[in-house]
Every structure is written in C-alpha cells, then in structure tokens.
Design a protein around this ligand. Structure first.
Ligand code: PMV
Length: 314
C-alpha cells in the first residue's frame, strides 16, 4: 500500500521571533510544495529518501538514538506504527520544490506532508491531529518551534496565529510577493537562541518591542481586511525595524531590502533571518519593476502566489 501527500511552504508576513515569545503572527502559504510518498514494506526498517540523502534504521531503534536530520520523519513513522500495532517497516520518499534553510517553511512542510502521507497508511486522521503530530516531529530537532509554520502548511490560506490557535483571515486584497533569497542558509534554532539571549540582556526593551509588534499585527490585519496595500506595506517596513533591533538582520539582507523598498509597498525579512529570504509586497503596478531591480543586482528572486491550499492527501 502506498500513500502520497503534499503540503505548501509559507512566508511569515508579520511576527517571526516575537511569536516564540507569545505575540500573534500572520502567515500565508505559498505555491511551492513538498510531496511525500510512503509505503508499507515487509522489512522491519524505516527508510527515508530525499535529494539530501538516504537513511535506513531498524524499526525498533529508539528515537533518542537517532542523530540524523531525518529524525522527524522517523519519529512520525514510529509513532504511527506504535499506535496501529504495525510491526514491519515503512519507506518514505520526500520531493521538495522549497529551498531549505531559507525561511520558506521547508522543514515544516516536510513534516506536514510526511504526517499526512504516513498516517493515511493506517487511518484518516483529522487535520488537528496531523498538525499536532507534525509539531511533535519538528520538536525532535527544534524544541522551541512555535507551531506556526506547521499550522499554515496544513491549513493553507492566510492566517493569524495566536499561541497554538489560528484564525483564517478572509480578504479580497489582491497582493503578490516578490521573494528574494540571500542564499545564506540559516539555522532557525541558532537565530532563535540568539534572540533569546538578546531578550535576557534587554528585558525591558524586548517586552516593549513585543507590545509594539502586537499593535502592529492588529494594524496589519486591519489593512488586509480593508484591502489597503499601502498601509500593509508600511506595516512591513515597521516590522523590519523591529527585526533589526533584535539583531536578526545583516548587511546583505539590508541591501536587498533597500533595493526592494524602492519600488514595492514594503519589504522585510521573512522567517528566522540571519540569512534566508526577504519578501516585498507588490501588485500589478510594481511587480515587474521590483523583480527586475533585484535581478539586475544578481539576487535569486521569484514571485509567488499566496494563500494556496494546505495539506492535500491523494
Ligand atoms: O525561518 P523559519 O521558516 O524556520 O521560521 C522561523 C520562525 C520563528 O518565529 C523564528 C520560529 C518559530 O518557530 O516560529
């Protein structure tokens, strides 16, 4: 028996990092996806294959002994095998269109697609259960994960995320994003730890920034609802200032943002920062100019459709 599922990557429009410390965040899905196929096999093994390599472990291997970056998928397979008393093995194949380590949610999308695909070998789980399974899997490699990325990947659309709860944001706003990749791979875990150190040293400033971020997210949500792209762009620029204050920007990202700001409505880092991608808010009036300005400076960039469908199981 074989089962396939796909899940989208994401961008964080507002609230990265601050969300780890309890503020809300606004996220949307993007039209780059991960597809995971899994299959029951007779060997008592869990096999994971992707463009990044391959691993094969005994089904009985304790999860604590596994050191591979494929640990989340082995965790999901073991969890499902235990729950459904399956004592043979599973083979898992991952194909991704999402560049990894650059803030576009590739690891969360992999966890969601893997949870969707592997669980469907045994039963039809609710989306809530799949999200929880994906969050638990992601936490095997990144303990402080907020769960925001897995939630948007499973549900798709544009959402406001609030400490594990989420609300879809329905709007007719017609905006697109230009995404530019700094090609500096970041470790979310390391950048989150760095922000935590900043918070410990600058407690008062950090909690004031969290308050400002919360107000900004309220304003951004109103701008989305009122279809006000100019105001939304200004909110993005303001969010970028807060991200710079907590130390997750760098010279290359600043240069890319400055180029994008010339023609777009607003631009900021998306995701953990320290590298990764920036996003620029555009519509038909400035999409080409923004793309050309970034391409002229040799930055890897593309436009994306946003708010696409979440987890899809075939
Ligand atoms: O760069 P990414 O896609 O891993 O996004 C990380 C977002 C953070 O807010 C920094 C962490 C989190 O778990 O929300």
């Amino acid at each position: 028996m074989k089962s396939t599922a796909s899940a989208p990557g994401k961008v964080i429009l507002f609230g990265e990092h601050f969300v780890v410390h309890g503020t809300k965040a606004i996220l949307c899905s993007i039209d780059k996806r991960v597809t995971v196929s899994s299959e029951i096999i007779s060997d008592k093994k869990i096999i994971v294959k992707s463009d990044l390599g391959q691993i094969s472990v005994n089904s009985s291997e304790p999860i604590s002994k596994i050191k591979s970056s494929f640990k989340p998928f082995i965790f999901i397979a073991k969890k499902m095998m235990e729950e459904f008393n399956h004592n043979a093995g599973i083979s898992i194949e991952i194909n991704s269109e999402i560049p990894s380590g650059v803030g576009l949610g590739s690891s969360s999308a992999c966890c969601v697609a893997a949870a969707g695909s592997i669980s469907a070998l045994f039963s039809k789980l609710s989306k809530e259960k799949i999200v929880q399974l994906s969050i638990d899997a992601e936490k095997t490699v990144f303990e402080r994960a907020s769960g925001a990325d897995t939630t948007i990947s499973a549900h798709g659309g544009i959402i406001e995320y609030d400490m594990g709860e989420f609300h879809p944001i329905k709007s007719k706003i017609s905006f697109s994003l230009v995404i530019a990749n700094s090609t500096i791979i970041h470790s979310t875990n390391k950048v989150v730890t760095k922000v935590n150190e900043f918070r410990k040293k600058n407690n008062v400033e950090f909690s004031e920034l969290c308050n400002q971020e919360s107000k900004l997210i309220q304003k951004a949500q109103e701008s989305i609802m009122n279809n006000d792209i100019v105001s939304l762009g200004k909110c993005m620029n303001e969010n970028q200032m807060y991200l710079e204050k907590i130390g997750v920007s760098n010279e290359k990202l600043q240069t890319m943002i400055a180029i994008a700001e010339r023609s777009s409505f607003g631009a900021k880092i998306t995701g953990a920062g320290g590298g990764g991608c920036i996003i620029a808010l555009v519509n038909d009036s400035n999409i080409n100019e923004t793309l050309q300005n970034l391409k002229r400076e040799k930055y890897e960039c593309f436009t994306t459709k946003i708010g696409v469908e979440g987890l899809n199981t075939f």
